[in-house]
Write a protein of this length. Sequence first.
Length: 322
Amino acid sequence: MTQVSVDGHLIGVDVGGTKVAAGLVNDAGEITFQTRTPMVSNDAAAGLAAVVSAIDSVRAESNSHSSAIAGIGICAPGPLDPRTGIVINPPNLPGWRNFPLAAEISKAYCLPVRVDNDGNAAALAEALWGAGRGYRNVFCATIGTGIGTGIVFDGHIYHGRTGAAAEGGHNTIDYRGPRCGCGKLGCIEILASGPAIARRASEKIAKSGRPSVISELAGGRVDRVTSEMVGKAYAAGDLLAKEVLQETAELLAVWLGNIVDLLEPDVMIIGGGAGAMLRPFFGEIEERLPTWCVNSHCQEIPLLAAHYGADAGIAGGAALCR
């Protein structure tokens, strides 16, 4: 990997339930080095040690290339308080309860440290260095196991009054719909995330009995269908997979129509694994927006694919302390 020596590199850290990814990011948003470390989720001290280990690996690489570190930004599971850097009670990290992550890392390295959730951080990275560069107001959605969102106005994350704003994945678009993991009915997350795509495909196969490449990929077990299988089947020309993704695009058009009417951003960006799979349907979503949007200028807002893929957490972490 090509190394870029720029004074004031940033360290971006992406903390998950099973791993910590960390990387060295230059002032152009390029990740010049990255590493991964297993995460210990049920013990606060061991979890912190895993984060420190990942950061140490990046610092060692930085030192070998005489790159100064200007700050450390961390994408951590929520709920958290971005103002204090305290991780409150993340379901995937039961060992961290009211854990002062920013303070602990700052104390260890004597560097500025920022902590935020992955949706906010990914949106900021896209606004600064990615698909949203050059746009003033950016809305970004990451569609994967869930749907995370972030709002960036004039280069700044919109956090709301308490830091809990931009939970766009939990906007209800069908109040009679299935219950989401958050407790609400008919959130876009329960209807259009990766698991929702897989579930809808499984139900179609089970009810119709139609032959599908999806069934072959799942070994004939509808309970083993994943969204990745749906994507592969669509790429192979499978009609049932196409139906599932078109229905998902319709749901996203309803949701994004509400986003446009509420925010009227300059650009809307979609990333994440399932988001990348839905890229061929962006045109259909844009065509359907006028049906679900009062704003007569809705089709003037570009719908773009995110620049950062699996490394969005590293770039996002770095963007927090740009």
